[in-house]
Ligand binder design. Structure first.
Ligand SMILES: Nc1nc2c(ncn2[C@@H]2O[C@H](COP(=O)(O)OP(=O)(O)OP(=O)(O)O)[C@@H](O)[C@H]2O)c(=O)[nH]1
Ligand SMILES: [Mg+2]
Length: 303
């Protein structure tokens, strides 16, 4: 999909595609790209390519809808985080702090009686954050963790960690231990907890949902737990990079970006320049095998 000789309408649709955060958004943008793609002989290949991609995406979407969660009505978004813990540890407080959801928060036990979904945007990426009712509640949903990419284990003491670890032994999700209510601890207690979690090699963060201490770190740890990197693209001779990054697996290379945006046309690349964390200097010329880092900006010259 080399966009070089394309109309501004096509380019707009393509930008939308590259910035799409869900498969639904991608599908919509692909539709627009197909509509705006010129219908003459020289773009035949490109049009066919776009249509194949749309078909593939449609098939994928159907599949993921069928796979779904155990809970009726919860459709997995592309990135899903599930909050888990004992009652009263502050799960609803954290959900309400991070998302648009407005769960009931109370000092009473077992306040949350059904999974509650919120959307969180971290570094331009939308993610689904779900509070599972407390592990000892009748409403606890065992199946929710199976679809999760990341589990936030909310605790306010050490014993809870062991209890919850037993429940999640078989899950593939990344685990992040969120030690909450540190506003109730003095500096010495905090230091000891930190040291203990660190010595056990946990992926963890200390926070207070009350004072918001550690919330920024929590968000950044959530993002890191996905093992993804964000890469921006840029058109030659333009200063502005794409408004939204492309999300790639960690350790992706320049070729992966090329395949994603120029599918079928990556042979056309004459030169690649790179800015950001993986570059030795701004605008460094690199090959297709160059390994990318989070927040890199890539520019492809196709002629
Ligand atoms: N001091 C302090 N209190 C907190 C903190 N986070 C939550 N709380 C309080 O702890 C109580 C329980 O909070 P919730 O967010 O409802 O806890 P939950 O884990 O959702 O509990 P259930 O849904 O009832 O199982 C409330 O009174 C909160 O105000 C914190 O960081 N510090
Ligand atoms: Mg709750």
């Amino acid at each position: 999909m080399a966009s070089t000789n394309q109309s501004p309408f096509y380019k707009k649709a393509e930008a939308k595609f590259l910035g799409a955060q869900t498969d639904e958004e991608k599908l919509e943008a692909l539709g627009e790209m197909i509509k705006e793609c010129p219908k003459h002989k020289s773009s035949e290949n490109m049009l066919a390519n776009l249509k194949t991609r749309r078909k593939k995406l449609l098939r994928q979407l159907e599949k993921s809808k069928k796979a779904g969660s155990t809970q009726k009505g919860i459709k997995k978004e592309s990135m899903q985080i599930v909050i888990k813990g004992q009652t009263n540890t502050g799960k609803s407080s954290i959900l309400s702090l991070l998302t648009n959801a407005q769960p009931k928060i109370s000092e009473n036990k077992f306040t949350t009686t059904q999974p509650i979904i919120g959307m969180i945007n971290i570094e331009t990426i939308n993610m689904q954050l779900i509070e599972n009712p407390s592990i000892n509640s009748n409403y606890y949903d065992k199946g929710l963790q199976n679809s999760a990419d990341v589990l936030l284990i909310i605790v306010d003491n050490f014993e809870d960690i062991k209890t919850i670890e037993k429940l999640i032994e078989k899950t593939k999700a990344k685990k992040l231990i969120v030690f909450n209510k540190i506003d109730q601890l003095n500096e010495d207690e905090k230091r000891k907890i930190f040291a203990r979690l660190q010595s056990k090699k946990y992926n963890f963060v200390l926070i207070s949902a009350k004072t918001k201490e550690g919330i920024k770190e929590l968000k950044s740890k959530i993002f890191q737990s996905f093992d993804k990197i964000r890469v921006y693209t840029k058109e030659p001779n333009k200063k502005e990079k794409s408004p939204k990054p492309i999300i790639l697996k960690q350790n992706s290379i320049v070729k992966d970006v090329a395949e994603k945006i120029l599918k079928g046309f990556s042979k056309k690349i004459k030169q690649t320049k790179i800015w950001g964390p993986s570059s030795k200097f701004p605008g460094q010329i690199v090959g297709l095998k160059h390994k990318l880092k989070d927040l890199d900006v890539v520019e492809f010259k196709t002629r």
